[in-house]
Design a protein around this ligand. Sequence first.
Ligand SMILES: C[S@@+](CC[C@H](N)C(=O)[O-])C[C@H]1O[C@@H](n2cnc3c(N)ncnc32)[C@H](O)[C@@H]1O
Length: 242
Amino acid sequence: MNSYLEAITSLGYGNLHPGGFSHSIKVLRGVPIASNGIILDIGCGTGKTASYLSKTRGAYVFGLDISQKMIEKAKARNLRAGTEAQFIVGDALSMPFRDEVADIVLIESLLIFLPAEKVLQECRRVLKAGGIIVDIEMTAGSSLPKHARQQIKRVCGLSEFLSLEEYTSLYENVGFKRIRVERSNLPGLLDSLKEMLYMDRSRTVTKDKMNPDLVKTLLQYKLLIFANRQHLEFGTFIYKKS
Ligand SMILES: C[S@@+](CC[C@H](N)C(=O)[O-])C[C@H]1O[C@@H](n2cnc3c(N)ncnc32)[C@H](O)[C@@H]1O
């Protein structure tokens, strides 16, 4: 695991994607989910969205993450919150799910870390015909300076840092049909205040002192994002398996 992902795992935060929980809720409200539907949250982290979906939508929710620690935190959250999502350790590049099992695949900040097209092919495999993929990813704006793009790739351990247009091409290459794609600015102060409405009471923070190198990585990340925030965006991608 790269050191940025290791650092955020230690913190145990529930929403490690741009737009935060308030954005997830807004987007998911507009997605039709049957009460007996199957939702897969791929790269679920500490499972906050999975837990919320299990509680509010009555669907069968499965969270998958490659990190054992994230899955332990997600299970602890699920117990504390009294929700019924299931959490499994596994790789988004080779998911432990059979073909055409899911009504909804949810991804919140995962493609950015992986060979995105391969993950999308896996998502298409596990989705039923007519199933929907919902994905929220940080994207590089067209004005992002080349050296800043390189720095972000280095600090976050990314092999690519794609633009919204590059993601939409990948979705179309893989054979998804566009429902809606939305471009947003990174959250500002007002949005951060909105996030405070959703205080994370079920979060598990690792008790061990955080490794100083991980603290340094997190600080570098925060500074880089802050310095380049006017060139950064995030995309919400909603596509259908036709
Ligand atoms: C930025 S975090 C987002 C977590 C969560 N979706 C959220 O929004 O809070 C990315 C997550 O992807 C997971 N991840 C990274 N590579 C993965 C892979 N190959 N398969 C499954 N999960 C992976 C990490 O462990 C981490 O939990």
